[in-house]
Design a protein around this ligand. Structure first.
Ligand code: HEC
Length: 123
Protein backbone atom coordinates (compact mmCIF):
# COMPACT_ATOMS: atom_id res chain seq x y z
CA UNK A 1 0.00 0.00 0.00
CA UNK A 2 2.82 2.36 0.78
CA UNK A 3 4.60 2.21 -2.56
CA UNK A 4 1.67 3.03 -4.90
CA UNK A 5 0.79 6.00 -2.71
CA UNK A 6 4.25 7.49 -2.84
CA UNK A 7 4.38 6.98 -6.60
CA UNK A 8 1.08 8.81 -6.85
CA UNK A 9 2.52 11.56 -4.67
CA UNK A 10 5.60 11.91 -6.89
CA UNK A 11 3.36 11.98 -9.94
CA UNK A 12 1.43 14.95 -8.57
CA UNK A 13 4.60 16.75 -7.57
CA UNK A 14 5.97 16.35 -11.10
CA UNK A 15 2.69 17.65 -12.54
CA UNK A 16 2.93 20.84 -10.53
CA UNK A 17 6.62 21.38 -11.14
CA UNK A 18 6.07 20.91 -14.89
CA UNK A 19 3.44 23.64 -14.80
CA UNK A 20 5.90 26.00 -13.21
CA UNK A 21 9.04 25.20 -15.17
CA UNK A 22 7.30 25.15 -18.55
CA UNK A 23 6.34 28.80 -18.28
CA UNK A 24 9.28 30.62 -19.86
CA UNK A 25 8.22 34.02 -18.54
CA UNK A 26 8.36 32.70 -14.97
CA UNK A 27 11.72 31.01 -15.36
CA UNK A 28 13.27 33.77 -17.45
CA UNK A 29 11.66 37.12 -16.65
CA UNK A 30 11.70 39.48 -19.64
CA UNK A 31 14.45 41.64 -18.18
CA UNK A 32 16.83 38.71 -17.83
CA UNK A 33 16.89 37.50 -21.43
CA UNK A 34 16.00 40.72 -23.22
CA UNK A 35 19.03 42.36 -24.83
CA UNK A 36 18.52 46.09 -24.42
CA UNK A 37 22.26 46.82 -24.37
CA UNK A 38 22.87 46.57 -28.12
CA UNK A 39 19.84 48.35 -29.51
CA UNK A 40 20.34 50.09 -32.84
CA UNK A 41 17.73 52.07 -34.70
CA UNK A 42 18.30 50.46 -38.09
CA UNK A 43 18.85 46.82 -37.14
CA UNK A 44 16.79 46.49 -33.96
CA UNK A 45 13.91 48.98 -34.03
CA UNK A 46 13.16 49.46 -37.71
CA UNK A 47 12.39 45.75 -38.24
CA UNK A 48 9.91 45.87 -35.32
CA UNK A 49 8.27 48.97 -36.78
CA UNK A 50 8.16 47.47 -40.26
CA UNK A 51 6.54 44.32 -38.95
CA UNK A 52 3.97 45.90 -36.63
CA UNK A 53 3.43 49.53 -37.59
CA UNK A 54 4.47 50.49 -41.08
CA UNK A 55 1.61 48.94 -42.98
CA UNK A 56 -0.10 52.09 -41.69
CA UNK A 57 2.78 54.40 -40.72
CA UNK A 58 5.15 53.84 -43.64
CA UNK A 59 5.84 56.94 -45.72
CA UNK A 60 3.61 55.76 -48.54
CA UNK A 61 0.74 54.58 -46.35
CA UNK A 62 -2.24 56.85 -46.02
CA UNK A 63 -3.67 55.08 -42.97
CA UNK A 64 -1.28 56.39 -40.32
CA UNK A 65 -2.71 59.85 -39.69
CA UNK A 66 0.50 61.52 -40.89
CA UNK A 67 2.71 59.69 -38.40
CA UNK A 68 5.73 58.32 -40.26
CA UNK A 69 7.60 55.48 -38.59
CA UNK A 70 9.82 54.16 -41.37
CA UNK A 71 12.43 56.91 -41.07
CA UNK A 72 14.67 58.00 -38.21
CA UNK A 73 13.33 61.56 -38.32
CA UNK A 74 9.75 60.39 -38.30
CA UNK A 75 10.23 58.14 -35.26
CA UNK A 76 12.19 60.82 -33.43
CA UNK A 77 9.44 63.38 -34.06
CA UNK A 78 6.81 60.96 -32.77
CA UNK A 79 8.82 60.20 -29.61
CA UNK A 80 9.42 63.91 -29.00
CA UNK A 81 5.72 64.57 -29.49
CA UNK A 82 5.22 62.43 -26.39
CA UNK A 83 2.75 59.98 -27.93
CA UNK A 84 5.01 57.20 -29.07
CA UNK A 85 5.77 55.39 -25.78
CA UNK A 86 2.28 56.00 -24.44
CA UNK A 87 0.81 54.40 -27.54
CA UNK A 88 2.91 51.21 -27.40
CA UNK A 89 2.61 50.99 -23.60
CA UNK A 90 -1.14 51.21 -24.14
CA UNK A 91 -1.46 53.21 -20.93
CA UNK A 92 -4.51 55.22 -21.95
CA UNK A 93 -2.58 58.46 -22.59
CA UNK A 94 -2.53 58.01 -26.37
CA UNK A 95 -4.28 55.80 -28.91
CA UNK A 96 -3.21 52.21 -28.21
CA UNK A 97 -0.86 50.87 -30.90
CA UNK A 98 -0.49 48.79 -32.98
CA UNK A 99 -4.04 49.67 -33.93
CA UNK A 100 -6.14 46.55 -34.24
CA UNK A 101 -3.20 44.29 -33.37
CA UNK A 102 -1.68 42.72 -30.27
CA UNK A 103 0.54 44.73 -27.95
CA UNK A 104 4.28 44.64 -28.66
CA UNK A 105 6.21 42.25 -26.39
CA UNK A 106 7.59 43.60 -23.12
CA UNK A 107 11.07 43.04 -24.52
CA UNK A 108 10.40 45.06 -27.70
CA UNK A 109 8.87 47.89 -25.67
CA UNK A 110 11.93 48.01 -23.42
CA UNK A 111 14.19 48.17 -26.49
CA UNK A 112 12.45 51.39 -27.57
CA UNK A 113 12.79 52.76 -24.04
CA UNK A 114 16.49 51.86 -23.92
CA UNK A 115 17.11 53.61 -27.26
CA UNK A 116 15.28 56.73 -26.05
CA UNK A 117 17.23 56.70 -22.76
CA UNK A 118 20.49 56.45 -24.71
CA UNK A 119 19.65 59.64 -26.62
CA UNK A 120 17.82 58.31 -29.71
CA UNK A 121 20.95 57.75 -31.80
CA UNK A 122 20.59 57.45 -35.57
CA UNK A 123 22.56 54.22 -35.63
C1 HEC B 1 -3.85 49.39 -38.84
C2 HEC B 1 -3.14 50.66 -38.93
C3 HEC B 1 -2.16 51.01 -37.84
C4 HEC B 1 -1.15 50.26 -37.31
C5 HEC B 1 -0.74 48.83 -37.66
C6 HEC B 1 -0.46 51.11 -36.35
N1 HEC B 1 -1.06 52.34 -36.30
FE1 HEC B 1 -0.49 53.91 -35.17
N2 HEC B 1 -2.09 54.99 -35.80
C7 HEC B 1 -3.02 54.57 -36.75
C8 HEC B 1 -4.07 55.58 -36.87
C9 HEC B 1 -5.26 55.51 -37.80
C10 HEC B 1 -3.74 56.62 -35.95
C11 HEC B 1 -4.53 57.90 -35.68
C12 HEC B 1 -5.15 57.86 -34.30
C13 HEC B 1 -6.18 56.78 -34.15
O1 HEC B 1 -6.99 56.57 -35.07
O2 HEC B 1 -6.16 56.11 -33.11
C14 HEC B 1 -2.50 56.20 -35.31
C15 HEC B 1 -1.86 56.95 -34.35
C16 HEC B 1 -0.62 56.65 -33.82
C17 HEC B 1 0.10 57.47 -32.88
C18 HEC B 1 -0.41 58.79 -32.29
C19 HEC B 1 -1.26 58.41 -31.09
C20 HEC B 1 -2.04 59.56 -30.52
O3 HEC B 1 -2.78 59.34 -29.54
O4 HEC B 1 -1.91 60.68 -31.02
C21 HEC B 1 1.28 56.84 -32.60
C22 HEC B 1 2.41 57.34 -31.69
C23 HEC B 1 1.29 55.61 -33.35
N3 HEC B 1 0.12 55.52 -34.07
C24 HEC B 1 2.29 54.69 -33.29
C25 HEC B 1 2.18 53.39 -33.80
C26 HEC B 1 3.13 52.35 -33.55
C27 HEC B 1 4.42 52.52 -32.75
C28 HEC B 1 2.66 51.22 -34.17
C29 HEC B 1 3.27 49.85 -34.16
C30 HEC B 1 3.64 49.29 -32.89
C31 HEC B 1 1.41 51.59 -34.84
N4 HEC B 1 1.15 52.89 -34.58
C32 HEC B 1 0.63 50.71 -35.61
C33 HEC B 1 -2.97 53.39 -37.46
C34 HEC B 1 -2.11 52.33 -37.20
Amino acid sequence: MRKPLSILFLFFISLFSACYYDKAELVYPAAANCDTANVKFSSTLLPILNASCNSCHGGNAAAGAGIILDTYNGVKASVNGGRFMNSILQNGQASAMPKGGGKLSTCDISKFQAWINAGMLNN
